[in-house]
Design a binder for this molecule. Structure first.
Ligand SMILES: [Zn+2]
Length: 69
């Protein structure tokens, strides 16, 4: 499934099998950091330190989570 960069409309090759919610990807075209909010459907938000428009949950990159290294 492909996603479109909300900043520059560049098609992003994101394999939803290889990413998970909370992951951050960088747009090759404009360099914007994008956080994956949901994988189904694939939904990205721009990470600019200004908070999130439609998700008000405190999404943090805590090392406290269950993460497979
Ligand atoms: Zn972009």
């Amino acid at each position: 499934m492909a996603a479109i960069c909300p900043e520059c409309d560049n098609p992003l090759n994101i394999d939803t099998d290889e990413v998970e919610e909370g992951d951050t990807v960088t747009c090759d075209e404009c360099g914007t950091d994008l956080e994956i909010v949901t994988t189904e459907p694939l939904h990205l938000v721009v990470v600019d330190g200004d908070g999130y428009d439609d998700e008000d949950d405190s999404v943090r990159h805590d090392s406290d989570d269950e993460q497979d290294e």
